[in-house]
Ligand binder design. Structure first.
Ligand code: FAD
Ligand code: SIN
Length: 520
């Protein structure tokens, strides 16, 4: 199948859906999404979205908190722009039909680690599900938007597909659309687009334990890497300090930081508080500090989890304010009003990714990116809690405005050929893919996790190189499947994280190496 659209959007989380709603009045929009439309990190977001809504808080304080968490390498102008735009974007979400909890006529605000004020708008403890619901309903009701589920985008189309040699030094790489594996026909379809937006989410499945859903395999980042676009800050992988310790469960269930904001305290296996040893802000220090402290305590005690004690919070507040967590824990026999919650860190968020400018445009012409797959400069070395849903809506807006301004000057490239699958054989050995994925996740968890060293990173790279060669051999002779493509994408992300971590010869934000302690 060959289809021409004005705006091609890859991904149906907060970034893709918000962009779609904005550009839809200006042309034909097609959203490709690889699973059911609602599946993605957005749906699982618990804590909420950060914004300064009242005078008791200030833009300056939110800006400062973001800069402090980012450990000196945020782009200050981006931080200022994003935070000042936040209230307008929140009001738009409300207009699209998203409900945030209120206390009387005012929004009820939570607080999370690294925030100096209560400024997190939320919908109980399932904010993301509410945002996804509201946006999806609005998208489905729009006549200009076609939403196509179970369409796995394999690669972006550039001059490379017209037979030209494209390297990272090619000055004007153009994006003409994308090839996607159709989950119904199992054929590879060609989408020609004037403008393409990548909104493919995170990379959590590069690691064994992650809060991210299984769709988070870094596809957008890997596609841009293959298309020779610019990627940055991949070494800054955020581990959330408190995922529920339940070893067989994938993804790891999150225990929102808002629970610590409400008074829950981290404790060791003996029930003693320990965060005072690490940071004056204790359980509410920024995530990089808390995750490292937990990792250290676990290693010193030789245990595989610690505890979060929420018993000091009133029973009513726990049950009504955190109903999802209360119900989930109860299912596992943990009554959070009486029992401590077993927790451990889990890979949670990719701060780096596809480099975009203020308009969300990547280094490849006519290719935009928004949401977790992008790198705007907002997060620097470590994202402040609840700033990522915010970044996604702000950049979806900016990218939409820039795309609308440009769409009249762009034409479709009809010379693009359809995908050539000649000479490919069905790969019957699924074990090769599943086993390699496990190996990759173990390498990354053991050697490129919360605490790193030069030796660990080199060891990871050597092993990744080996499985990269094996996987490319398999890919070059196999009919493409989603599993094989995802494995390739995970490998590309693992490689980028490791290489960029090796290049950073200092401890900064989420990148922490025992070989660089003395330089701090
Ligand atoms: P996603 O919502 O992940 O959507 C990605 C989309 O891309 C999906 O539709 C997927 O199917 C599609 N896709 C991916 N690859 C392909 C492909 N090859 N072809 C076609 N489609 C593809 N942030 C906050 O600010 N506040 C929070 O409270 C918060 N809580 C969180 C809790 C959890 C458990 C998790 C996992 C994350 C949380 N985050 C939070 C982070 C935040 O949810 C994400 O960063 C954000 O939702 C990402 O939105 P997105 O639109 O970029 O991607
Ligand atoms: C949480 O609710 O703790 C997650 C918030 C975030 O990742 O921003």
């Amino acid at each position: 199948m060959r289809q021409e659209v004005d705006f091609l959007i890859i991904g149906s989380g907060i970034a893709g859906l918000s962009y779609a709603l904005k550009v839809a009045p200006y042309g034909k929009v097609c959203i490709l999404t690889k699973a059911d439309a609602a599946e993605g990190s957005t749906k699982y977001a618990q804590g909420g979205i950060a914004a300064v809504m009242y005078d008791s808080d200030s833009f300056d304080k939110h800006i400062n908190d973001t800069l402090v968490a980012g450990d000196g390498i945020c782009d200050r102008e981006v931080v200022e722009m994003t935070i000042r735009e936040a209230p307008d974007r929140i009001r738009e979400l409300v207009q699209y039909g998203v409900n945030f909890d209120r206390s009387g006529s005012r929004f009820d605000l939570h607080r999370e680690g690294g925030h100096s004020e209560f400024r997190i708008l939320h919908h109980k403890d399932n904010t993301g599900a509410e945002i996804e619901r509201g946006l999806l309903e609005a998208v489905k009701a729009h006549p200009n938007i076609e939403l196509r589920e179970h369409q796995f985008t394999i690669d972006l189309i550039t001059q490379h597909h017209l037979g030209e040699r494209v390297t990272k030094h090619t000055p004007d790489i153009m994006c003409y659309g994308a090839y996607a594996l159709n989950g119904n026909t199992h054929q590879i379809d060609t989408y020609l687009a004037k403008i393409t937006l990548l909104a493919t989410g995170g990379i959590g499945n590069v690691y064994t334990t992650t809060t991210n859903p299984i769709i988070a395999t870094g596809d957008g980042v890997a596609m841009v890497h293959r298309a020779r676009g610019v990627l940055r800050d991949m070494e800054f992988v955020q581990f959330h300090p408190t995922s529920l310790y339940n070893p067989r469960e994938k993804p790891a269930f999150l225990i929102t930081e808002a629970l610590r904001g409400a008074g829950a305290i981290l404790k060791d296996m003996r029930g003693n508080e320990f965060m005072q040893k690490y940071d004056a802000r204790q359980s509410l220090a920024p995530r990089d500090i808390v995750a490292r402290a937990i990792d250290n305590e676990m290693k010193q005690a030789g245990v595989d989890h610690l505890y979060l004690d929420a018993r000091g919070i009133g029973k009513e507040e726990l049950i009504n304010g955190f109903p999802t967590i209360y119900a989930k824990c109860l299912e596992l026999g943990i009554n959070i009003t009486k029992d401590m919650i077993p927790i451990r860190p889990a890979a949670h968020y990719q701060c780096g990714g596809i480099v975009v400018d203020r308009n969300g445009e990547s280094s490849i012409h006519n290719l935009y990116a928004a949401g977790e797959c992008s790198c705007t400069g907002l997060h620097g070395g470590n994202r402040l809690a609840s700033n990522s849903l915010l970044e996604a809506v702000v950049y979806a807006h900016n990218a939409a405005e820039a795309s609308i301004a440009k769409i009249g000057q762009v034409t479709h490239c009809h010379a693009v050929p359809d995908w050539n699958a000649e000479g490919m054989v069905f790969n019957e050995e699924m074990i090769l893919i599943t086993q390699t994925k496990k190996e990759l996740q173990e390498i990354m968890s053991n050697y490129v996790g919360i605490v790193r060293s030069d030796l660990r990173l080199q060891r990871a790279l050597d092993r990744l190189n080996l499985i990269f060669r094996e996987t490319e051999l398999l890919y070059n002779r196999s009919v493409i499947t989603e599993e094989l493509s995802e494995l390739r994408n995970l490998l590309a992300c693992a490689y980028l994280i490791t290489k960029q971590a090796m290049a950073r010869k200092e401890n900064r934000g989420l990148h922490y190496s025992i070989d660089h302690l003395k330089e701090q």
